[in-house]
Design a protein around this ligand. Structure first.
Ligand code: NOJ
Length: 755
């Protein structure tokens, strides 16, 4: 059968006579196309199906060929390999009645084959240009491999590290989260898909998925609107304003309604308040899951979702199976279906798929555009930047390239785990293990002895269930081997923590401490009294109090295809650590949710109080502060901050003032400092956080060098949503803090007044 679409382009979209004065060429083209579509074909555009490669739920691969021919599929997801994408596209384009191209989506979350650190690690670079570049590279590789649409960025704020998907977001802060969200959208989409490698971004998961109760994935969310607007919504909104073409609804309920059918969220907030013009897709089988949330049956739930403003049904087949019936029964209208169909077709039009359905299916391009040396170089640099040095007693790090090094732990040799969670297109055969990274860098100058030493966790079932490829070994034998090589070595590096799948979807943990077998081995190794470094592989904020009290050097590591080389760079001082935490690392799990930008309570603990204080907001058994606070991270060098100078002590409601500090590199290495600005509105019409990040700068400082770092305080940095959800600036006094991290002791302070 012949493709029917291309003649339509020639016949309408590029002929000015076809468009009415109000209609853009896109509108005219789609109006014309839709006039040829049956209701089944329109509903087909709203249906997304798996093609069997990668699945995250129980839905089975269906034989999609017949459905494609009947025009019952508008999109497929997670198909791997350009040949396979092309074959599927060919059926849609050449064998369906109208030949409407598919939009092919994939979870390209932190890279395609070149894998960047997990998003939580990328955020820890605070390198917004670098993050944008990582998304651009991901788009270049993905687009060359058939992918037109990525289900990224995930912008869910998360303050509870028990939730495994903390790994996939930028952390706990709405300001930083918004900057990262914007950068990712720009990196994927460019300005309006101007390059042939630009792909469509998808903001997810709308909304509040990261606030699942008790950090248990898919769990209930219940939150005041004030908190939604002031703490959780900004990154979604920023990504909308950056032009993201699509949004994915979340699995959870919001205000008692599944997000997928929550009209207030999907239509009132997203489209009306924020002006979102793209299309909305559900998360995996979310319409089906509405029944389990206790809402209604499949038919009614599909109608509710469509009515709420959701346009595409990811894999549950609820739309294709029920909407026609619902139309007859008056549950939905033709214009509801038309509107959703139009939005999906617009996305295809904007991506250029009607001009060339095979735009993303050039097989030669795929071969020459994937895992290129220049992409890997960028990934290596960003991975170096992402590591967060938590402690470094007696400057153990950097290590000298000499002697014998014991490399111990379940992450020491695992290539399967090195990229971290959820990178469906990665190819572990191409990546180096930590051991290989160290050996390459050492080039024979020092000897590396390696032992797995222990399992990730004590329970073999769990280790396998988290999909780790690391063998489950005999505990005593593992320990013996580790101690034996440690004895022969000058320094011990422990590559431990979480495997790739101990974080990510469905990977919640109730206990976020170092799992028992790893902790026990660390304790044994410590007895040898040798210099020890812990590389804490993490997909979340873990609670490593024991380690912080017992291991002299600890660095948080966030995976990635170039992780091994980047680790060697930093461990041996060819690069200097720069990363800073974007989540608060608790002392123990009982403190969570723990986040720096909390409200004050009526009985706050007085600043500087070291011990438990009765009838005060604190715990008997643990201090309130984080073990390592938001914004924290060390370097091999040190930085000193001057006091803050303000350009004026007062500002008008529509004016600006400038705040300046001088930062000096006082140590022995060139380095990069991430200078952070926090603001507090101490008296407002609603209770406001004790501080909020409002700006930051990454500053390069050579050894001995000092620079003035200046921030402009604009009205926007002082505004918030009041009780009536109006975005306001309330005149009065404000506290302004600048420093190295969010803890009070790291900040210089001053005040100013808005009149
Ligand atoms: C479920 C996840 O929640 C979502 O993030 C992902 O994009 C889809 N599965 C598709 O794989």
């Amino acid at each position: 059968m012949k493709n029917r679409i291309l003649p339509l382009i020639a016949g309408c979209a590029i002929m000015a006579s076809c468009t009415t004065p109000q209609e853009s060429p896109m509108d005219a083209y789609i109006t014309d196309l839709m006039s040829h579509m049956t209701i089944q074909e329109k509903i087909g555009q709203l249906n997304q199906q798996v093609a069997g490669d990668i699945m995250t739920g129980s839905e089975q691969d269906t034989e999609i060929t017949d459905l494609l021919k009947r025009g019952e599929i508008g999109s497929v997801l997670n198909v791997k390999g350009v040949e396979r994408v092309k074959a599927i596209q060919k059926i849609a384009v050449e064998e369906s009645r109208l030949g409407i191209p598919l939009i092919v989506g994939m979870d390209v979350i932190h890279g395609y084959e070149t894998v960047f650190p997990i998003p939580l690690g990328l955020a820890a670079t605070w390198d917004i240009d670098g993050i944008e570049e990582s998304a651009r590279i991901a788009a270049k590789e993905a687009s060359a491999n058939g992918v037109a649409w990525t289900f990224s960025p995930m912008v869910d704020i998360c303050v509870d590290p028990r939730w495994g998907r903390q790994a996939e977001g930028a952390g706990e802060d709405p300001y930083l989260g918004s900057k990262v969200a914007e950068a990712m959208v720009k990196g994927y989409q460019g300005e309006n898909y101007e390059n042939d490698y630009n792909i469509m971004a998808c903001i997810k998961h709308f909304a509040l998925y990261g606030a699942a109760e008790a950090g248990r994935d898919y769990n209930t969310v219940d939150m005041s609107r004030l908190r939604m607007y002031n703490q959780y919504f900004d990154p979604y909104k920023a990504a909308v304003e950056a032009g993201a073409g699509s949004v994915m609804t979340s699995f959870n309920i919001v205000d008692g309604l599944p997000a997928t059918s929550n009209k207030w969220l999907v239509t009132d907030v997203l489209r009306k308040q924020w002006g979102f013009e793209g299309f909305v897709v559900t998360d995996y089988a979310s319409i089906d899951e509405m029944e389990k949330h206790g809402i209604s049956d499949k038919q009614h739930n599909a109608a509710l979702a469509l009515k709420a403003g959701t346009d595409m049904d990811m894999v549950s087949r609820s739309f294709v199976e029920t909407l026609e019936k619902s139309l007859k029964e008056g549950l939905v209208t033709t214009s509801d279906i038309d509107l959703a169909c139009r939005r999906v077709l617009e996305a295809k039009y904007k991506l250029g798929l009607f001009n060339d359905p095979y735009k993303y299916c050039n097989i030669d391009k795929a071969q020459n555009s994937t895992y290129l040396p220049e992409y890997r170089e960028t990934a290596r640099k960003l991975t170096q930047e992402s590591f967060v040095l938590l402690k470094n007693d007696n400057n153990i790090l950097p290590l000298k390239k000499q002697g014998t090094i014991a490399l111990i732990g379940p992450m020491a040799e695992s290539k399967g785990d090195i990229v971290g969670t959820w990178c469906v297109a990665s190819d572990p055969t191409k990546y180096k293990s930590v051991r290989e990274g160290l050996e390459t860098a050492l080039a024979g100058k020092a000897k590396v002895l390696t032992a797995q030493g222990c399992n990730f966790v004590d329970d073999e079932y769990v280790q396998k269930a988290t999909r780790s490829v690391v063998p489950f070994i005999d505990k005593e034998k593992g320990k013996r081997e580790a101690i034996e090589i440690a004895r022969k070595s000058d320094v011990i590096i422990c590559a431990m923590g979480e495997d790739a799948w101990m974080s990510g979807e469905g990977a919640s943990r109730a206990d976020i401490e170092m799992p028992a077998p790893q902790r026990e081995l660390l304790a044994e190794l410590k007895k040898l009294n040798k210099p020890m470094v812990l590389l804490n592989f993490a997909g979340r904020a873990t609670a490593i109090k024991w380690e912080s009290e017992n291991i002299p050097a600890i660095m948080n590591v966030w995976f990635g295809s170039e992780c091994a080389d980047a680790l060697a760079d930093v461990l041996f001082g060819d690069a200097v650590p720069q990363g800073k935490l974007t989540i608060s690392m608790p002392q123990c799990v009982g403190q969570v949710p723990l986040y720096y930008n909390h409200l004050n309570t009526g009985r706050p603990l007085a600043e500087g109080t070291e011990r438990y204080a009765n009838f005060t907001s604190n715990y008997i058994d643990v201090r309130n502060d984080a073990l390592y606070p938001f914004g924290y991270g060390l370097s091999y060098t040190t930085f000193e901050y001057s006091d803050i100078t303000l350009s004026a002590n007062t500002m008008t409601v529509d004016g600006t003032i400038k705040a300046k500090v001088t930062v000096k590199n006082t140590g022995d290495y060139d380095g990069v400092e991430i200078v952070q600005l926090y603001i507090r509105d101490p008296q407002a019409s609603v209770s406001r956080p004790v501080k909020e990040l409002k700006d930051f700068k990454r500053v390069d400082l050579k050894k001995g060098e000092q620079k003035d770092v200046e921030f402009t305080i604009t009205p926007d940095k002082l505004k918030f949503y009041n009780y009536d959800l109006e975005y306001v600036l309330e005149p009065g006094a404000f506290d302004l803090m600048i420093g190295a991290n969010s803890s009070d002791k790291a900040l210089k302070k001053t005040t100013f007044e808005v009149k």
